[in-house]
Design a protein around this ligand. Structure first.
Ligand code: KIV
Length: 270
């Protein structure tokens, strides 16, 4: 079993941390068996598998039920559940209750928060209560409306310094690791150098302590993937072939065959 402390100790290690999203049991099983360190039940499920065009509609129920599905598929990987939009940030009591639900009922090992100045105190509170926090800075998709789109972040000295300072503040508050998304590689490298906890990059260059991608982008199941993602397979193509072969077999009367049916002679002449 990979623990939060195992991940925390991987800053500056030779072997980078590997993290992928998963939203269901069969995919989680594959991610786990492939030796991925962290299965992230990301709110990217909104775009990736729920047909929304952002993560904003994803609910606590969505994340909790999919976290349970991922936990049931995993033996070794650490399972991190994303706190969805407005499940934290407005009221501390609600945030604690929601984060606690993802650990107590859904079975996650830790939660991830999309961070800003407003999440420093919450990170400290959750950590004090025994709820490990993975922080997330740079491009934070729950701010897509405020950012005005899906562009790069930390592209000015001021914005890059703010990411660095917030990273340090969240480390100080107790975060055990930090996702840094869609920022210049040299900014991510400086954040990584400044922290004792590991950074996990997405669209943030090669110098972070780990890498994360959305599983549907990796598998070739996404309609649109971000420019920093890489497709490592054509699962959509293979699914389409299998579904077409099934449709053809039914249409041609080839399925079901003998071996898929049984007949009980006692049940003739009803
Ligand atoms: O929701 C998600 O999948 C994420 C990753 C892209 C880091 O936040």
């Amino acid at each position: 079993m990979t623990t939060v402390q195992d991940i925390r100790s991987r800053a500056d290690e030779e072997a980078p941390i590997t993290m992928l999203t998963a939203y269901d049991t069969p995919t989680a099983r594959i991610v786990d068996e492939a030796g991925i360190d962290v299965a992230l039940v990301g709110d990217s499920m909104g775009n990736a598998v729920m047909g929304y065009d952002s993560t904003l509609p994803v609910s606590m129920d969505d994340v909790a039920s999919r976290t349970g599905a991922v936990v049931r598929g995993v033996e070794d990987a650490l399972v991190v559940a994303d706190m969805p939009f407005l499940s934290y940030g407005a009221d501390e009591g609600d945030a604690v209750e929601n984060a606690g639900h993802l650990l107590k009922e859904a079975g996650a090992d830790a939660v991830k928060l999309e961070c800003g100045p407003h999440t420093v105190a919450l990170t400290e509170r959750l950590t004090d209560l025994g709820i490990p926090v993975m922080a997330h800075l740079g491009f934070t998709p729950q701010h897509v409306q405020q950012f005005g789109g899906y562009g790069r972040r930390a592209t000015t000295r001021e914005a890059a310094r703010e990411v660095l300072e917030l990273a340090e503040a969240h480390e100080e508050a107790g975060a055990f690791s930090l996702v840094v998304e869609h920022v210049p590689a040299n900014v991510a490298a400086q954040v990584t150098d400044a922290l004792a906890i590991p950074t996990i990059g997405i669209g943030a260059g090669p110098d972070t302590d780990g890498q994360v991608l959305v599983i549907t982008d990796v598998l070739g199941l996404s309609e649109r993937a971000p420019p920093f993602a890489e497709q490592f397979g054509d699962v959509a193509g293979e699914m389409k072939r299998a579904v077409e072969d099934y449709a053809d077999a039914v249409t041609e009367g080839e399925f079901p065959a003998e071996e898929h049916s049984h007949t009980d002679e006692d049940l003739d002449d009803l």
